[in-house]
Design a protein around this ligand. Structure first.
Ligand SMILES: Nc1ncnc2c1ncn2[C@@H]1O[C@H](COP(=O)(O)OP(=O)(O)O)[C@@H](O)[C@H]1O
Ligand SMILES: [Mg+2]
Length: 288
């Protein structure tokens, strides 16, 4: 069974004038099919305005479809009686860590979700401890969140979601406001949760190096999914990606240019290690 599924999804934003008449319509999602298996690490790419955030908001019923259907763990998100369950199954992490922190002590912030749904105190503390350990922030439990770095704040936000024991985490450009150290911390945390806790991850980002380890990549353009596949398949389409105003990882581009210039490089290169291996192979070939 799928953890997240969208069928023929269309979403239109309506702009209304003062009398409440529809002034204009923006079709932000235009016929999207999505099927995510439990435990998958999915990445969604696309330039600004391609519909990524609008799609993400459908995955925990912040938006409901104009047309088509979205299911989270088998529940139709447009059925209001499922709202709390849907939000518990699929937690959202947003771009700005400062907007996601509510309490003035880390552990209270992480316990906010469980407390809000009336969980017994003992269970709340158990989950807070477990979640803070899972994101590597347990030693900061008594700290004030506003003294933490951006990367640490995002990990606290992720812990707050983990405390609800979601099956799926949707992260909408969670590293866009972070420095390189913070980006790395957050990415490592997300990967660890995916591997060790088997949480399904849907990561929206425009950093190409963050998606090369994804199980599958979806590329969006004008509200449609225009490419999908494993990272190596996606990044073999250097020119198509450039037409979609997306980059490939720098080392992938370098290998691609060398190949275009006549060097017999074998496959799509995704990281520095593969590039080095390929260069060594080439050199040995020349001296043999
Ligand atoms: N609240 C809104 N009202 C009207 N149009 C919107 C709103 N939010 C987004 N849009 C439009 O919907 C399209 C998709 O936006 P969005 O989902 O934010 O894309 P992305 O996250 O890929 O940058 C864009 O054309 C954007 O201008
Ligand atoms: Mg967005």
């Amino acid at each position: 069974m799928s953890i997240v599924k969208a069928k023929d999804l269309v979403y239109e934003y309506e702009r209304r004038d003062e009398e409440g008449n529809v002034e204009s319509i923006v079709r932000a999602i235009d016929g999207v099919q999505l099927d995510v298996a439990p435990g998958d690490f999915i990445a969604i790419l696309g330039h600004n305005g391609s519909g990524k955030s609008t799609l993400a908001k459908h995955l925990n019923a912040l938006l409901v479809p104009t047309e088509g259907t979205v299911w989270v763990d088998g529940m139709d998100t447009s059925d209001e009686s499922h709202l709390l369950d849907v939000r518990q199954r699929a937690g959202m992490v947003f771009q700005n860590p400062d907007n996601q922190i509510i309490a003035s002590i880390v552990e209270e912030d992480v316990g906010f979700g469980p407390e809000n749904i009336g969980m017994p105190t003992e269970e709340i503390w158990r989950r807070v401890e477990e979640s803070l350990k899972a994101v590597g922030m347990y030693e900061y439990r008594q700290h004030s969140p506003n003294r933490l770095s951006g990367g640490q704040k995002q990990r606290i936000a992720i812990a707050g979601i983990m405390a609800m024991r979601p099956k799926c985490i949707v992260l909408d450009e969670p590293t866009a406001m972070l420095d390189p150290v913070g980006r790395k911390e957050v990415l490592q945390t997300v990967r660890k949760l995916n591997r060790e806790e088997n949480v399904t991850v849907i990561l929206i980002t425009h950093y190409m190096d963050e998606v090369i380890e994804a199980d599958r990549i979806f590329v969006m353009d004008y509200g449609k999914i225009v490419m999908q596949g494993k990272p190596r398949e996606i990044f073999s389409h250097v020119e198509e990606l450039e037409q979609l105003r997306l980059d490939v990882p720098q080392v992938t581009k370098l290998a691609y240019e060398l190949k275009k210039a006549g060097m017999p490089i074998r496959d799509t290169i995704l990281n520095v290690d593969e590039f080095v291996e390929e260069m060594v192979w080439q050199m040995k070939g020349e001296t043999a």
